[in-house]
Design a protein around this ligand. Structure first.
Ligand SMILES: Cc1cc2nc3c(=O)[nH]c(=O)nc-3n(C[C@H](O)[C@H](O)[C@H](O)COP(=O)(O)O)c2cc1C
Length: 171
């Protein structure tokens, strides 16, 4: 039987939604991660950084860009050290400058991926999966990969049935 882990990063606050800045109470990726759990069960684990990103959208994009350029690995409030008890791992996050936020890689690089089945879900405002899936494949060595899913952030709330169908196919 599949033992499922849903790792996700998501940032509430100001974001770019359908061409406008809006303040989100709950991040788009969190909405999607919760849909996955509702569909297939499993444990949710939220990746959170010690240093909070600014709620201001543009200030956040500046920091995120610098982190990407430096290949930063921001410190996490809490990190998982083992995924030995899981068979399937969904890795969910927003597209930040074309890939997952660097904090996602801080977490992924701590883990042994051998024999795991890994699926990417990325929320975005136009870039789709970007380089997210490719970067995941580089990072999670020894894993096999299901086909990733891109969800436009502005559509997260309405994407429950699409996410459910995809998640069920993956496990
Ligand atoms: C720092 C930052 C960088 C972003 N870069 C991109 C991008 O390169 N491509 C894109 O389509 N959307 C980009 N976005 C939009 C987010 O990917 C999108 O709003 C996402 O759904 C946010 O998810 P969250 O609410 O779970 O954090 C960016 C947003 C932020 C805050």
């Amino acid at each position: 039987m599949a033992k499922i882990l849903i790792l996700y990063y998501s940032r509430a606050g100001e974001n770019y939604v359908n061409g406008k800045i809006q303040s989100l109470e709950k991040g788009n990726t969190q909405i999607c991660a919760e849909y996955i759990q509702k569909a297939v069960g499993g444990d949710l684990f939220r990746i959170e950084t010690v240093a909070e990103y600014p709620a201001d959208y543009y200030a956040c994009t500046d920091i995120a860009k610098e982190e990407l350029q430096k290949k930063a690995r921001p410190e996490l409030k809490e990190a998982l050290d083992s995924i030995d008890s899981y068979t399937h791992v969904f890795v969910c996050g927003p597209c930040w400058w074309g890939t997952f936020p660097m904090a996602v890689f801080t977490q992924l690089e701590r883990l042994n991926w051998k024999g795991k089945k890994v699926m990417a879900l990325m929320t975005h405002e136009g870039s789709g999966l970007g380089l997210g899936e490719k970067d995941l494949k580089k990072t999670c060595s020894g894993a096999s990969f299901g086909k990733g899913l891109a969800v436009q952030g502005a559509q997260a709330q309405e994407s429950g049935s699409r996410i459910t169908a995809w998640a069920k196919k993956m496990v």
